[in-house]
Design a protein around this ligand. Structure first.
Ligand SMILES: Cc1ncc(COP(=O)(O)O)c(C=O)c1O
Length: 411
């Protein structure tokens, strides 16, 4: 721990607002869901932020997520639970078939602590939990949020309990345990893990960090949108492709663009928000393509092996769908095998080691270009949400005996 609150002299938070009813909740205490059992969104005095910070002032600050402090809920004097959260690069994809004429940029979130975009949300949530005196947190997770929760909890001196589906990647499970969290494999899906957290919270004194049930993770994820707009010279791309599970990133970025417009940093243009999921679990895509503004039912039987896509009935679905529809965006469901193949192709041809979710974005992007949903001359951003180093790669089978003559021509 023990970064300071970076010279914050005041907080610009006015209240938290129920995303369904608009009801105000006091910002001065710890929250989960709203009284209507829906996600809470943090609201700021944007007029005051507008007078307090300029683009030029921002440009002089360290290149990390805390540079946007006036639009973050950090309280003055609070310790920031930081492991160093750098601005992640935008890497242009070229040398790949099917994207000619389109500027395809990968925002590589794999460069963050614990190797995933989850660092942004959990750094923020743990910072707030610490400020409110929380001693114990618990999180149901498909894996990556668990690593980030464990690492930031360790940083802040908070005890962490993590519950993951049985078949979570071993490397991630080990990482969570290595950071000192108590991690349990659960013989079910993330909703079964969530039930364990919900039902144990009172007995265990846990603060529940579940996606969009905890209001500050989304504020951390919001920095993806703030940072992107700044990197593009205070502009937004024509489309954002986002691998959607719980959808926090979509909700966060959508909120970021609205707040940036309100403080005069960007105009009214919005990127088309494209939610990418797996054909083996695509509740948001199904609802988006049917023009619905909420899920009629959770996805019946998730079969995808891509962990970030295994959210059969995310609580934030109405907020995600609102962003998709309002932006003129759409949903794309991708076959797992195609996602893995695109990941391998990108590794070999572009040098970027994408996560499987990132591979799915590439498939979705090419498909959207082929269908004319993305046009020549447009600029799109694919959010590679984790480093490919956290996922299995094919084994190496070639061997050489140094004591024998090497057949160089045959290498
Ligand atoms: C690598 C990766 N990508 C995407 C997602 C989905 O993120 P979100 O819940 O913000 O939709 C996850 C969530 O676990 C993930 O680990």
């Amino acid at each position: 721990m023990n970064d300071t609150s970076r010279g914050m002299t005041r907080s610009y938070v006015t209240h938290l607002e129920c995303s369904a009813t608009g009801e105000r909740h006091d910002a001065g205490r710890l929250h989960g869901l709203s009284r209507a059992r829906m996600p809470l969104l943090v609201r700021y005095d944007l007029e005051a932020v507008r007078s307090a910070v300029s683009r030029d002032a921002l440009a002089k600050r360290p290149l990390d997520m805390w540079r946007f402090r006036e639009l973050l809920p950090v309280m003055p004097g609070a310790d920031i639970a930081s492991l160093g959260e750098p601005a992640t690069p935008l890497v242009r994809l070229s040398n790949l078939q099917g994207i000619a004429g389109v500027e395809v940029l990968v925002k590589d979130e794999g460069r963050l602590p614990t190797g995933t975009f989850k660092a942004r949300g959990l750094a923020m949530a743990i910072t707030m939990a610490k400020a409110f005196g929380v001693k114990r947190v618990a999180v149901p997770t498909s894996g990556n949020a668990g690593s980030a929760a464990a690492a930031y909890a360790a940083r802040a001196g908070i005890e962490a309990f993590v519950f993951t589906p049985d078949d979570t990647d071993d490397i991630t499970l080990r990482e969570i345990g290595y950071h000192g969290a108590k991690v349990y494999r659960v013989n079910g899906f993330i909703n079964h893990c969530a039930k364990i957290v919900r039902e144990g919270a009172a007995t265990m004194g846990w603060h529940d960090l579940s996606t969009l049930e905890e209001p500050y993770r989304v504020e951390g994820k919001k920095t993806m949108g703030l940072e992107l707009a700044e990197q593009l010279g205070w502009d937004v791309p024509d489309a954002i492709f986002y691998p959607t599970g719980g959808g926090t990133g979509v909700v966060g970025m959508w909120k970021a663009f609205a707040e940036l417009e309100a403080i005069g940093f960007i105009g009214s243009k919005r990127p088309r928000m494209v939610c990418v999921q797996s054909t083996g679990c695509a509740p948001i895509v199904r609802a988006a393509e049917a023009g619905k503004d909420r899920l009629e039912a959770p996805w019946e039987n998730p079969t995808t092996t891509i962990h970030g896509f295994r959210s059969p009935g995310p609580i934030g679905a109405p907020l995600v769908l609102q962003a998709v529809h309002a932006s003129g965006g759409f949903g794309v469901a991708v076959d797992d095998a195609a996602a893995y193949a695109a990941r391998a192709e990108a590794a070999a041809k572009t040098g970027l080691n994408l996560c499987p979710e990132g591979g799915a974005l590439l498939v979705a992007c090419r498909q959207a270009i082929a269908q004319g949903r993305i046009k020549r001359g447009e600029r799109v951003v694919l959010f590679n949400t984790a480093s490919g180093l956290k996922y299995p790669m094919p084994p190496v089978t070639r061997r050489l005996d140094h004591a024998k003559a090497v057949d160089y021509e045959g290498l």
